[in-house]
Design a protein around this ligand. Sequence first.
Ligand SMILES: NC(=O)c1ccc[n+]([C@@H]2O[C@H](COP(=O)([O-])OP(=O)(O)OC[C@H]3O[C@@H](n4cnc5c(N)ncnc54)[C@H](OP(=O)(O)O)[C@@H]3O)[C@@H](O)[C@H]2O)c1
Length: 280
Amino acid sequence: MEKNESVFLKKSFVVITGASRGLGRSIALQFAVKFPANSVFVLMARNVEALESVRKDLKTLSPEIFVIVRQYDQGNTDEGYFNGLFDSVLTVNKLSRDDFEQVLIVHNCASTGNIDQTALQLSDAMQVQSYYDINLSGLILLNTSFFSTFSDPSQSRVVVNMTSGASKQPTPSLHLYCAGKAARDMFFKVLDKEEPSIRILTYAPGAVDTEMLRNLETNASSVPLQKLVNGLRQDDKLLTAKEAVANLVEVLEDNTFENAAHVDNYEPQAKPYREKMLKQ
Ligand SMILES: NC(=O)c1ccc[n+]([C@@H]2O[C@H](COP(=O)([O-])OP(=O)(O)OC[C@H]3O[C@@H](n4cnc5c(N)ncnc54)[C@H](OP(=O)(O)O)[C@@H]3O)[C@@H](O)[C@H]2O)c1
């Protein structure tokens, strides 16, 4: 795709993972009013009821968008689970890959893992493995499945990798999360080297008031981390999902970001709090 040209101009096939709540829900709602009529949105997560409710909201906001709900578990390790997933979405809905000028996948699904433990308490092999099944292996396999369906480099192809400041900043309690996000960011840097025609945005949304953050605030083994999040809340510095996604929309509209480089528009928001935490 052309740099500098808004990502929202072309009739698109748009996949959003973790679309059932938080940032994913907001991405779906804000993207739906930007893309041209007859674009198709595929909303993915485990909770079908929540996805159906997002679909309803989306249809009210933007009736010309066709919305598909596709339940999946990104941590599923069954052989072949991800193979042909998007081929089947197209077939079941009587669509063809050639119906679209552009395809886009937002890898938004993530979890924080065993934040109530410290790094040296991680002794349960199943737990550690299951964390990376969801947050790394599943993402890679879903991504492969997407690009095996949309393998034509002449079609405009875009990836949004939702990352975090934690991919660069070692953060107590977020051992699994930090390492997983860093690995994902590097995975997409390698993809960029192998497939330079794919436009890749690795985007950190800042500290956003979602279930994920509220869980950290209450359950993190690191009290300084709990205090950091709480300090942001007290000082009214947490972003709403709507605010964070409005910024993501701007970045994709400008489309001037360096491919697969870490884009963090809200680093100034958290920096003073993080510095305070590291001194404690
Ligand atoms: N909130 C923040 O401050 C913040 C900061 C930096 C980066 N981020 C990143 O932004 C993204 C969204 O975060 P959020 O705060 O919106 O998180 P969230 O509220 O916890 O939402 C996570 C989403 O992922 C889905 N999900 C979790 N496990 C799944 C699985 N096994 N299979 C399929 N879907 C699964 C959940 O849906 P189901 O439960 O229905 O499956 C949900 O839709 C994440 O990548 C996160 O790392 C967030």
